[in-house]
Every structure is written in C-alpha cells, then in structure tokens.
Design a protein around this ligand. Structure first.
Ligand SMILES: Cc1ncc(COP(=O)(O)O)c(C=O)c1O
Length: 453
C-alpha cells in the first residue's frame, strides 16, 4: 500500500495529476506530510462478504491481522506482521452488556488503561520492524498526561528505539505521573522529563527540536502523535472486533456504533472500516461541548475554535485534525457524511448525571468519555429527532466505545458517586512505587541534552 496526503487530494488546483505517494515507513516516520496534510492510504481494500461472515470465528489477533494486512503489504513480511499484532494486542477487548441492547466495547484493558494502547503499541512495533537505520530512532513526544504514558509503555523494550517524553511538571495527575515515570529508574529506552512549564511549553520545545537542523543531523527523530497514520489505522481493529462479537451475541442484528471523539482519529478508523465493507449501519460522533464536528453535520459549516475545558478533557479539541481525513473519505460531500454519521454533544452536567445513574441502575461504572459515548448511542437508538421513529426494537444493537477506565478519572468519578472507587492493581502498584522524576527547565538547551546524551 502507498500513502498520499489529504491536501493534494482535496486541492482543486491539482487537476488530473495523481498525487505523489510514499511508503508506510515514510508516512509513519514523517508523521505529517510535507504539504501540511495528513497521510491516508491510496485505496481501501474491500472485504469479501464470506470473510466478513467468518469474523465471529476469529481471535482478536487474527482479526487484527486481516484488518490491517492490506495497509502493510508488501512492505512488511507476513510473518513479521503477524508477530507485530500478536505482541501489540496481548490484552482482551471485551464487549460488555450495560443494559438490554446497549453494549460497551471496553478498550481499556491495556497497560495504561486507555484505548490509545492499541494504536500506540501497534505503531511502536511497526516502526521497529520497518525501520532499518543504523542509528536508533528517537521518538519525541509532548504530553498533557495520557498520550505520553501510552507511548512510553508502547515503546518500552522495543529494540532500536528510544523515547523522550516531555510533560508539564506539577500539571499531570499523580497516577499519570506514576505511569509516565515508571521506566525512568530502569536502564531502559524510555525517559520522561518533568518540564518546568506548561503543556504549551512542552509542545513548543518538541517543535523547536523537530525544526533544528543540528539536532536532526545528530538524532533520528520521529513523533508519535495521534495524526500519525501508524496510530490511526490499528484502531480499525476495534470495529472489526466489535462486529465479530456482536454477531456472536445477536446474529443478524443491525449494528450501530458511537465513538466518543476529540481529534476524530478513532471515528475515522471506524469509517475506513465501514468503507472496507464492515457492516456497521450507522455511526454517532459524540463530543463534549467542543462540538465543531456535530455542528458541521447540522449546519454544513466547519468552524474550528479555541477549546473549552471539560471533565472529559481528553476530548477538549477545538480544531480536530482528523476532520481533514473525514473530508477525504467522503470527498467533501456533506450529504454522504450525514448518511453515515449523526452528531451528538453532551455537557459536563449530563456526564455527571449519567455516570451516577448508570452506576445506580445498572451497576456499570463509566469514565467521563465513555459516558458521552453511552449517551450518544442511547439517544440514537431512541431516535432523538422530533418525529423520527425510535430505532429500538427492530433488532438493532448499539455499541459505544469505552475509551478509558474510570479509575483514570477518579477525581471526576469519585465525587459524583460520593465514595472511592476500586483502582486496578497495575495502576495502584505504579502509583505506590517511589517515583524517579527527572526535572528539566523549559529551555531548548535542556531538551537538546535529553536528546543527544
Ligand atoms: C479517553 C479518551 N476518549 C476519547 C478520546 C477521543 O479520541 P479521538 O481523539 O481519536 O477522537 C480520547 C483522545 O485522546 C481519549 O483519551
């Protein structure tokens, strides 16, 4: 598979010239295309119906192999790719019934208890397998908390790679800092640095490093942020796996999926899976009040704006990067997008009420992001528009993606429930361990030293 940039495809000036294409390795190592666009696969291979019908017989790693193989062929040898998915997806992704007809696809059973583990772990192993440089590859990432720990865990122990994570000192939660710094004391390949500054400082410093010719000559730098196609495509696996499990539970039922969204990478992966032939009848794009995509679906106007802080803070995105990939997928056709996707937005108060109610009535504990997913699918199945007949009772099944473990957001969930919640053993252990914090000042010189020594 070759990869092309969204910008050249969407640009009206291009005329009939086919866009220049790059390999998966180049697309992954570059992250962003030189024209500022995002890399997308040149084509989407259609699944045969017989293969779709056999999904319920397959294991998670078999599904992952089949879903992603078209995007790694012929660059990566089949046996090596098989090992990549087997190592990356070594934890379960259960589909759990929350109430009749509504299921949570629990994506939080990986090492950092969030859905990012799937994309980050697959990307880490893909990079290591595709890269043949003599010098180790250094992944540089700025984080406000979660992404850094998923990347650190994903690359930990991966040969020929090294990770430098910058996070704002004193501005991540204790459990996030524990997960970020847990590899610092080892003689390993991951270092997380507490920068004396804000997340914006960390972000600026990584940008300076990427733009600095001397650093680039000395160190082979790459990024691992969420616009990287190597992190996006593995997320297709969630949807194939959800359909496989739903078909076992309710054969023949029509499947509707809600994805709690911020930067829209996860939803885009689902839409690509649908384009490949996966039978998902309809998607719901659910956001917090940072609702530029739901607003676009209503008005046809895409109006990015500064983000507003919410309690589902990983979705506080005012200018979602992957919207550009959604436009590419639908050739900028609003009606076509509307035919596949409904938008939905929910406020912090609604999130709190839902977490409390679902726990009291169903005994199921949602994190704030998953709560938005739950509300999105429930409203969709009930038919929220005036005059629209409810969709329930027509043998339809609703799935929402549960993107984080509630313990990761205990500071929100505990006051809502009015009591402490259970913390998974791995997280409790990480938090209890003595922390080896490496502090640096917010200067480029300090960052350069972390990269070159
Ligand atoms: C817990 C959680 N839920 C949902 C999202 C939104 O995912 P996306 O940015 O792919 O839309 C994120 C993104 O960081 C997240 O961390």
């Amino acid at each position: 598979m070759r990869y092309v940039t969204t910008r050249s495809l969407l640009s009206p000036e291009r005329g009939g010239t086919p866009p220049a294409s790059v390999s998966l390795k180049t697309a992954m190592l570059e992250g962003l295309a030189p024209d500022g666009g995002l890399y997308v696969p040149e084509s989407i291979e259609l699944w045969r119906e017989a293969e779709i019908a056999r999904l319920p017989e397959r294991t998670l790693t078999e599904i992952a192999y089949r879903a992603l193989r078209p995007y790694t062929r012929p660059e990566l040898d089949a046996t090596i790719f098989e090992a990549v998915v087997a190592e990356a997806l070594n934890f379960p992704i259960p589909l759990v019934e929350v109430e009749p007809g509504i299921y949570a696809l629990e994506l939080f059973h990986g090492p950092t208890l969030a859905f990012k583990d799937v994309g980050a772990r697959t990307m880490a192993r893909l990079m290591a397998s595709l890269d043949s440089g003599d010098q180790p590859l250094t992944v540089l990432a700025a984080t406000s908390g979660d992404t850094g720990s998923a990347v650190a865990h994903a690359f930990h122990g991966v040969p020929h790679t090294r990770v430098v994570v910058l996070y704002p000192d004193g501005r991540v939660s204790p459990s996030q800092e524990a997960q970020l710094t847990m590899f610092n004391s080892e003689d390993g390949n991951v270092r997380a640095y507490a920068v004396d500054g804000s997340f914006d400082d960390c972000h600026r410093l990584t940008k300076e490093a990427f733009a600095n010719g001397d650093v680039r000559r000395e160190v082979r730098l790459t990024s691992a942020n969420s616009v990287n196609i190597g992190r996006l495509l593995p997320q297709m696996v969630y949807y194939f796996h959800a359909v496989a499990q739903a078909a076992k539970l309710r054969p023949g039922a029509e499947i509707h999926v809600c994805t709690p969204s911020g930067n829209f990478g996860n939803l885009t992966a689902g839409l690509i899976a649908k384009r490949a032939g996966l039978p998902i009848a309809h998607f719901v794009a659910a956001t917090n009040v940072n609702d530029v995509v739901p607003a676009y679906l209503e008005s046809g106007l895409f109006e990015p704006r500064a983000s507003v802080q919410t309690i589902a803070n990983a979705m506080d995105v005012g200018h979602p990067s992957n919207f550009e990939r959604m436009r590419w997928l639908y050739h900028d056709d609003l009606q076509a997008m509307r035919a596949d996707i409904d938008g939905c937005r929910r406020t912090d108060d609604e999130v709190r009420t839902t977490i409390r109610r679902v726990y009291e009535e169903r005994g199921y504990l949602l994190d704030p992001h998953s709560a938005i997913g739950y509300m999105g699918i429930k409203a969709h199945l009930n038919g929220w528009q005036a005059g629209q007949a409810g969709l329930r009772g027509k043998d339809r099944i609703g799935i929402f993606l549960a993107t984080a473990h509630p313990a990761k957001f205990s500071e929100v969930v505990e006051p809502v429930l009015g009591r402490p919640i259970e913390i998974p053993a791995a997280l409790a252990e990480a938090v209890a361990r003595p922390r080896h914090v490496l502090k640096i000042n917010a200067s480029f010189e300090a960052v350069r030293r972390t990269l070159t020594t």
